[in-house]
Design a protein around this ligand. Sequence first.
Ligand code: 3EB
Length: 331
Amino acid sequence: MPSTLQLEYVCDGEIGAVLDRSRGHLLGAIEFGAAVGGMPVSGTPWARVRMPVLGASKFVEVWSSDHPTTPFHDFDITGACTGNLLFGVVEVPQGGNIGAATYGVYERIFDCVDQRGFPHLLRLWNYFPGINMPEDGLERYRRFSVGRHEAFLAHGRTIGRETAAACALGTEEGNLVVYFLAARAPGAALENPRQISAYAYPAQYGPRSPTFSRAMLAGSGGQRTLFISGTASIVGHETVHVGDAAKQLEETLANIDALSEQAVGHGMPQNGPARQLFLKAYLRHAEHFPAVQARLREAFGSQARIVFLRADICRTDLLLEIEGVALTSGR
Ligand code: 3EB
């Protein structure tokens, strides 16, 4: 039986208990908080992202499996795998030259997953400081996009139907942190009919297009996992509702609905008890937290696990972005 994937969003006090419970089954853990630090859990794929959590001091995203996992460390990537899934995290200091840093990180990721036999990247999360700041005359997000795009091409990845789901968010300080899930078998990349594919964006958003799919649907055994990329108030390729957080949120929800509908068409169960939903909402301004929280509760119900982070979004006119994972129990 292939292993299934398990996800928990854990706040503050429960972290120790969850790690104890996942011992031997942990794929990786990522800690978010304004002042995260202290104990690194030795020998575990554990990364820290310096991003304030709204309504809590920190939270940890814990990926584990029902099967035992095997830790590894190569190409400066720390990770763990099961028979069919691989989790990895890579972190490099980030002052200047984000394009080159990104290129180097993606090279190592491709080398790692290719060599270990998990060539199908399903989902990548990217975090780095100063995402909207210029660097040598080009916004750092655009330099990041160039480095990522060129690494994809240099490693023979076709940009399109097999491209992983992703998000890219700005932190206040710290390293470039990239973590990812890869598999032995390909998933199905999904696009949003309301939006132009990001890899086909016109050049006004940067010299190389962002390399990600709007969502990735993966299956292993009886389990289905839907990775929803960072989703924002974009229709076609344009930001809509500039300056209006409430309307941006509604447009974002419409985009998530559209992706969800695509996934259901590909065999993902409908929203409901058959699927668990995890969302991370990134807000440019902390003052929008109460209203966004209330609206997301109403939209997704009390079963959804939702965390809120203060982050810079990759377009200066975007006030929020939401990403998520929906998974079925599979057994
Ligand atoms: C967008 O739709 C908003 O560069 O990896 C969303 C998800 C966005 C992923 C990325 C960027 C990325 O274009 C921004």
